[in-house]
Design a binder for this molecule. Sequence first.
Ligand code: ASP
Length: 313
Amino acid sequence: MASFSGRHSRHLLGLQGMTPDQIEPLLDLAESYALLNRSRKVPRDVLRGRTLINLFFEDSTRTRTSFELAGKRLGADVINMSVAQSSVNKGETLLDTAATLNAMQADLLVVRHSQSGAPALLAQKVEACVVNAGDGTHEHPTQALLDALTIRRHCGRFAGLTVAICGDVAHSRVARSDIHLLTTMGCKVRVVGPPTLVPNGFKSLGVEVFHTMEEGLRGADVVMMLRLQRERMSSGQIPSAREYFRFYGLDQRRLALANKDALVMHPGPMNRGVEIDSLVADSDQSVIQEQVEMGVAVRMAVLDRLTRGRHSA
Ligand code: ASP
């Protein structure tokens, strides 16, 4: 059944409100795709005859490429609409774009947009299944699913794990999706960063708020670093990159405050020397490349689940 969240069962727009019963089977399916990917034995007919359109209004490297790979590995026809060259730049509205895409009879639309809520708006106007590939500061559900899968592979559980999400939490859709998912699965989630980037209001999402790395990292099983999203910042939210690294960068000395063998994660793209030191990013504790690998598997699982049992367009 393609049931992710009751109201939008055809779509994956966010993880808020999803239950463990919906999340676990999706992670199991993604795990099986991860194994098939490694053995190069992916069934090519799962999405045969389906059309997937990648519609990215914001830059992306990993997410767009991995949706493309995921679709192609399962046999879909994949089209990357380059928004820079499309009519959107000639003033076409999002809803006109939706009507055009409807006429093209796509089965799956993967949408990234700088405005929170844009994929949800599109979802109301198109016949296709819509997957949110990151909207403004709202959600990035497939990133959180791949983070969860990576954590589960290493720790074997979620309940009782302490996960510290550090850095520019305020502007991060990744942080919001991770918070919804990991708290639902029973993790203790902390958000760590300067008050300008980690407002106390986050407590209402069921997380603990820390303003020093020294307090926030102590006893953590997973340390997830976030990129400074300068494109979404107003001036004055951070001093200089150098100052930021001095107080909030993850280096070996700070990582030693977390539990022994704590996982180091980052959704990418990384700013080395700003939020994370290269020695940590490339260390044995880092699972950053595995996150990328799991990204393909999770996106295969999502595309499979959303289209299963649906007639193709
Ligand atoms: N790639 C992630 C996103 O699109 C994280 C980032 O850009 O910092 O939200």
